[in-house]
Structures are given as C-alpha cells and as structure tokens.
Write a protein of this length. Structure first.
Length: 437
C-alpha cells in the first residue's frame, strides 16, 4: 500500500541541516534530516503505481531485442541507409573458414595407456596393382577413358547464390566494375605514331654470322651515334665551364663598379656641395584644363558611332565568310580522315618489317625516361670464327620489358632497392617509477 502524506501543513519533517558533531549530550538532536529517505519512499511508491519495482523485475520484462529495424529510416534518411554504416560493414565481413577451437588437443606422443590393436597395413602397393600400373605405363589400358565435356566454365562470371534477406535495411553488395582504361588502346611512344610490333624483326647486321655489307653498315651507324653522343657531352662541359667563367667575371666587374661608385659619391659630395643647376631656376608653366564645348562633344559622339558601325560591318562580313566556308571545311575534314585511315593501314602493314630502332616522341608516359637499349654489337677484332667461342649478346627479359614500354603497355618506373622503413624510437623503461610510497 502506498504511503500517503499529510493533507495540510508542511509535508516535510522538521529538519536541522547544520549539525557538525553529535558526540556530546548537549549536541544531541531530536530532529534529523530524513529528506533522502522520504524521496526514496516517494520514488518507490511511484514505481509501484506504474507497474512494479524496477529492481525486482526480470531483464526480459524491461528490454526487447529489435531484430527487424526501423522501417521509417529508409524514408527519413535515404542517403545514409543506402551508404550503410561502417560498423555494419565490419560486422558483415565474416570469414568462410571456421574459427580455431580453443580446447586443448592431445599431442602425438600422449596416450591413454591402452595398447592399440595391431592391424594389417594397407598403405603399400600390392603386386596386382603394381602390374596394372606397369601395363598402363607401357600403353596397355584395360579400359578407355571417356572424354566428357566440362560443365563448369572457368572463365565465366561467378554465379551468386541467392541470399536470404534477413536484414533488408543493409545495403546490397555491388558487383565489381572494370575500369574504363581496359577498353582504351595503348599509346605508342613512336614519333611517327605507328604501332610497334611485339617482337620486332631484326636486320641482317644483328646476326651472329652476318653478311659483311650488313655488318659494316651497322658498325658505321653505331660509330656515328657514339661520336655524336661524345660531341654533345664535350659541348655541354664546355658550355658549363663558360657559364662559370662568365659568372665569375660578372661578379668581379660588379665589385669593381661598386668600389668606383663609392669613390665617386665621396668626390661629388665634396665638389658640388652648395651649387645649384641652372634648370632649377626655370619655372614650368602647366597647361590649365578647360571644359569641352558642345560641338566637340557632338564630334566625339559621331566618331564613336562611325567606329561602332565599321566594327559591326567587319564582324558581319567575317561571319558571312565563315558560313560560306562550311561546306569546304566539311570536305577537307572528310578528306583528312580518309587520308588518316589509309596511313594507319599502311603503317600497320609496314610495322611488321621494321626494326626495333624507332624514333621516340618527346612526350613520354610517366615522369621517368625510357631506359636506353643495350648496344648489341661486336667489334671487328672480337669476331669469332667458331660457334663454340661465341658469346650470346643481349637479354630477352630487358628487350621484352623495353618493348612493352615503347608500345605503351607499361609505364617507366624507377627501381627502388630498399623500401622506406617506419621510424622507431627506442627508450629504456625506468621500473622504479612504477612504485609509489
């Protein structure tokens, strides 16, 4: 039964808050503060009125588990529901492998003390099976193998199993999309724009036993390239040296000019102090501005109107000329496209017979330059008359990699021998700081 308060008067009991000590008889008090007890009784009465004491109820009567979710969330927050929460994404990621059991497993050498029953070993190969295997190895098959068409296609798209929608408010997994660049053709690095073959056909000078004319022609060509590269290197060194000499000469001249300026300033101050130039005495008469008359304003307005009309007529003439050249431009574009198609066909036919030494364009893929091709040439004094003494030249792996770079299949990269490690700081733990007295 709930506790009822008095109908009138002060409902609270007399209180006396300031009571620092109750040790002596004189300090005893009849009226003690019981407001906290009364507040607790009132809360207990309210709980009894509303259905029972909360502390005495079971958890199943107080809480409910929502396994369906709020259906109005999709209407109120369509953007957030479609995107999903990061917590739901982490919870949805479950491994297909079962968890490792935490119980202890007996070791190989641990036994229960009972001796096992000896059984005949069946792991060895019998004489009958051995004779059958020998017959199969010799080609005598007892029965022919029937070839059956495969029902499973390895290269087909994987079939998705129907998943029971237990949680419809979670976003559905989106299928993987291939990038747009897969459908684009690679850009060749050749200056002519023609396609470079995957395996270029070498000329006669690359042979191990070449014709003398082909070998001499290739030797002269490579020699001229080496001489040109050395000449450019010497010119670059000479230009750098001249630049350093000019910088040193200009610095010396600047120091000498600065010294002369300091000396001349001291002489000018001493010689020309107190004198004035004759031009300072002359008075300059400035032209005073005046207002324009109405006739001058009308003349300026007429001139501006004539300029505007002339500009408008010129623009209309240019527009009319462009409209007349539309058909001519269309014919020129069609002729140019036809010529480009013919040139592509010719380049595709001629690319099969060209050598790997193609001229590259200036703009390359990436920020790193294309690696130089190895010089595969033997000097005349190094030629061998026997194949036993011959040493192979070149590297197929390097040639294949460089050819893929030239064809635009790959991007030039720089070799990084060591990966950048994270910086770590080693400190010593002071154990005496863990104890306090």
């Amino acid at each position: 039964m709930p506790v009822l308060s008095a109908p009138s008067g002060n409902p609270n009991a007399p209180q006396q808050y300031k009571q620092p000590s109750r040790k002596g008889k004189k300090a005893w008090r009849k009226n003690v503060d019981i407001s906290e007890v009364q507040q607790g009784l009132e809360e207990l009465n309210d709980q009894i009125i509303k259905g029972g004491v909360i502390a005495e109820k079971d958890s199943s009567e107080l809480f409910t588990i929502d396994a369906v979710g709020d259906a109005e969330l999709t209407k109120r927050f369509p953007k957030h529901v479609k995107k999903g929460l990061k917590a739901d994404e982490i919870i949805a990621q479950r491994s297909a492998l079962p968890a490792v059991s935490a119980r202890k497993r007996p070791g190989d050498k641990t036994t229960d003390g009972i001796l096992p029953v000896k059984r005949q070993r069946a792991t060895y190969v019998t004489h009958k099976e051995l004779s059958r295997i020998k017959k199969v190895a010799d080609g005598h098959h007892e029965s022919t193998v029937e070839v059956v068409d495969a029902e499973y296609d390895v290269w087909a798209e994987p079939k998705q199993d129907p998943v029971v929608e237990q949680l419809p408010f979670l976003p559905k997994p989106e299928p993987l999309k291939k990038p747009k660049t897969l459908e684009q053709q690679p850009i060749s690095l050749a200056a002519s724009g023609k396609a470079v073959p995957a395996v270029p056909k070498p000329k006669g000078g690359h042979s191990y036993n070449p014709v003398f004319s082909d070998y001499q022609e290739r030797l002269i060509e490579e020699s001229e390239k080496a001489v040109e590269a050395e000449r450019k290197r010497i010119e670059a060194l000479k230009a750098e040296r001249q630049k350093l000499e000019a910088a040193a000469r200009s610095a010396a001249e600047a120091e000498a000019a600065e010294a002369r300026a300091d000396l001349s300033e001291w002489e000018d101050d001493s010689a020309w102090e107190g004198f004035e130039s004759a031009g300072e005495e002359l008075s300059v008469k400035a032209k005073r501005p005046r207002r324009k008359t109405q006739a001058e304003r009308n003349r300026i307005k007429r001139r501006k109107e004539e300029e505007r009309k002339a500009k408008h007529e010129a623009a209309m003439k240019q527009k009319q000329a462009q409209a007349e050249r539309i058909k001519q431009i269309a014919l020129e574009v069609a002729e140019r496209e036809r010529a480009m198609e013919l040139a592509k066909i010719e380049m595709s036919d001629a690319s099969e017979e060209e050598d790997d030494n193609v001229e590259l364009r200036r703009k390359q893929l990436g920020k790193f330059k294309l690696p130089e091709k190895d010089l595969e040439l033997v000097l005349p004094d190094e030629l061998q008359d026997s194949l036993r003494l011959l040493k192979p030249e070149g590297n197929l792996l390097k040639d294949r990699y460089r050819n893929m770079l030239v064809r635009g299949k790959l991007e030039a990269r720089r070799k990084i021998p060591f990966r950048k490690q994270a910086k770590t700081k080693v400190t010593e733990k002071w154990t005496y700081k863990d104890f306090t007295i």
